[in-house]
Write a protein of this length. Structure first.
Length: 327
């Protein structure tokens, strides 16, 4: 099938725990030919893990390799812009982890890359490929709950010093607004936009409960979509005790509830549908999209332009928290 020769830049948690398992199922589409991490033990260990491939400590060296056609950028968020630009200038196709960039000015320049460079570029926003939400999208398109008019998404859990992500110092000393709320919340904004169209207005409340994990860790964002649906996204990452991830859509003929992998559709007090969807979170499907775009020329689902708008909505929401009107 002519696998794409892939270089991986950044050998941390996401590369190891999320991308590598997906790529192991796609050996007909991707062959990892080199990896890079600026600290040698991680580079060496990951290189051995993915098949004893060569490793380098400077990604510019990886970009000079003729046996690398495409790169998977899995670096701290504030490095996305420069690494993506360098990779495109070196003629490589790029898949870069979310969010697109650490700020809107870098993100805006990255959107221009879509016209400037002929290669494929996409953001690894796995929620745009998530099998559970693909089913929700299908049910909504089938009119299973009529016209959706409200969505409520509650995400309450504890991110403390023991969390593997908190141990990446760049997340605690984050060089982008919103800390963990931006890092994680970008998925939720992307998915909401994917299902309900653009978010056109809104206001957020933000709070820091545990200052040890960054600038803020709690947000309520009330919003409206272009189609007139109203919603509330609640992300509270210092929730002790009860935790939940509950996604509820109200339509004028019924409602859809998603908890974990389980989807329920209820109408008039009757459960009309109950299904459990197997998913890896969308990581394999995003790489398949990247492959198809490179080899067949199809457009990617998760473009830089979409990722820019995800970031803009979330950064504007964070800004709105500073200017609540008096009532
Ligand atoms: P991480 O564990 O810190 O991984 C980043 C890696 O990059 C580390 O191994 C780090 O090495 C290395 N690195 C830092 N600067 C470098 C440089 N200049 N050149 C080469 N290597 C360098 O972080 P992560 O959790 O994997 O996150 C990485 C990216 O994945 C972020 O964009 C994040 O938003 C995204 N992510 C996405 C998901 C998802 O579900 N889609 C989940 C998690 C993360 P050292 O540790 O030795 O400094």
């Amino acid at each position: 099938m002519n696998p794409i020769k892939l270089g991986i830049i950044g050998c941390g948690i996401a590369a190891r725990d999320l991308h590598w398992p997906a790529l192991q199922n796609l050996t007909d589409q991707f062959e990892i030919t080199a990896v890079c991490n600026h600290t040698e033990p991680k580079a060496k260990q990951f290189a051995q893990m993915v098949g004893d491939v060569p490793y380098v400590l400077d990604y510019h060296e990886l970009l000079r390799r003729p046996d690398v056609e495409a790169v998977d950028i899995v670096l701290p968020i504030h490095l996305n812009y420069q690494a993506t630009k360098d990779a495109l200038q070196a003629g490589k196709h790029v898949i870069v982890e979310k969010p697109l960039a650490a700020n809107l000015s870098e993100a805006a320049e990255m959107v221009e890359f879509e016209d400037k460079y002929p290669q494929v570029m996409m953001v690894a926003e796995n929620f745009r490929y998530h099998a559970v939400f693909d089913r929700v999208r299908y049910h909504l398109a089938q009119g299973k709950i009529g016209k959706p008019y409200a969505v409520f998404w509650n995400i309450f859990f504890l991110v403390d010093s023991k969390n593997k992500y908190t141990r990446t110092q760049w997340r605690v000393d984050h060089q982008y607004p919103g800390g963990f709320i931006l890092d994680g919340g970008i998925h939720n904004i992307a998915l909401l936009r994917h299902l309900f169209g653009d978010i056109v207005s809104g206001i957020a409340f933000t709070k820091s409960v545990n200052p040890n994990i960054g600038e803020i860790d709690s947000m309520s964002f009330q919003f409206e979509t272009a189609d007139g649906a109203h919603g509330m996204l609640n992300i509270f990452l210092s929730a002790r005790g009860f935790s939940e991830n509950r996604f509820l859509v109200l339509g004028d003929e019924g409602s859809i509830l998603v908890e974990g992998n389980k989807i329920l559709i209820e109408k008039e007090d009757v459960i009309e549908l109950e299904e459990t969807v197997e998913t890896d979170g969308g990581y394999q499907a995003e790489f398949e999209d990247f492959y198809q775009a490179i080899r067949t020329g199809k457009n990617v689902v998760s473009s830089f332009a979409e990722a820019y708008r995800d970031l803009e909505v979330l950064i504007n929401a964070l800004e709105s928290a500073k200017t609540w009107p008096h009532i």
